[in-house]
Write a protein that binds this ligand. Structure first.
Ligand code: GRF
Length: 226
């Protein structure tokens, strides 16, 4: 059964675009019930409208406190009929009530190999630290920031000349592959959580050929089409 999902955004929405493209191509059995932004100027909203998707804008500054914003957010997501939530560059921490309402049904993507470099500057912090391997992580969301069980990670080289922008761009190219893959697995009912670990039910599908992608490691492996 097609999974109804809400996508929460704050910025450019390139991950939203990757999800839309894979859904429209029939590679993810989901439909986007609403794209919700806490920023009215987010380019992600224009991307959503270009594809005829419903949008909701909830500027967090318009609410008296975090709890009121969280309640409005939960109302918008629930009201759209979403059964799962995908955070795609959403720059607010979800409150406990929201996490409880959608427990084990919220995904986030972070531009670092968690648990290294959590927070809002993942790629820049990794570049500044001087790591030689960096990457992206898709994980379930719990009450703590960048903390829930990991679904998939992609690792790429970090080079001495990298700054946050150059490393972030190398990582982002893989975000656009691993996030649709993770949402496809969620929509297909192939993910289950066992403590800190995410189990992926095998499906015997062919794997993606990453020969063109340059040096990288993606685990679990990407399936064909992602
Ligand atoms: C991505 O780097 C994502 O990992 C992080 O925020 C950024 C969002 O980019 N959470 P976009 O809005 O999807 O282009």
């Amino acid at each position: 059964m097609t999974l109804p999902i809400a996508v929460l955004v704050s910025g450019s929405g390139s991950n939203l675009q990757a999800l839309i493209d894979h859904i429209e191509a029939g590679r993810i059995d989901a439909r986007i019930t609403a794209v919700v932004s806490n920023k009215a100027e987010a380019q992600a909203l224009a991307r959503a409208r270009n594809h005829g998707l419903a949008t909701v804008t909830l500027p967090h500054g318009d609410f008296p406190d975090r709890a009121a914003f969280d309640a409005a957010l939960l109302g918008a997501v629930r009201g759209s009929g979403a059964e799962a939530v995908v955070l795609a560059g959403f720059m607010r921490i979800l409150g406990a009530d929201f996490v409880t309402a959608y427990r084990q049904r919220i995904l986030n993507i972070h531009p670092a190999l968690l648990p290294s470099f959590p927070g809002i500057r993942g790629a820049a912090d990794a570049a500044a630290y001087g790591v030689t391997v960096a990457g992206a992580t898709v994980h379930f969301v719990d009450e703590k920031m960048d903390n829930g069980p990991i679904v998939i990670q992609a690792a790429v080289p970090a080079r001495p000349g990298d700054d946050g922008a150059s490393l972030g761009a190398r990582i982002l190219a893989f975000e656009h592959r691993i996030y649709p893959q993770a949402v496809a697995w969620l929509a297909a009912g192939r993910l289950s959580i066992d403590g800190r670990k995410t189990r992926l039910a095998p499906a015997g599908l062919p794997l993606a050929d990453l020969a063109e992608a340059g040096p990288c490691l993606v685990s679990p492996p990407l399936e064909s089409g992602f």
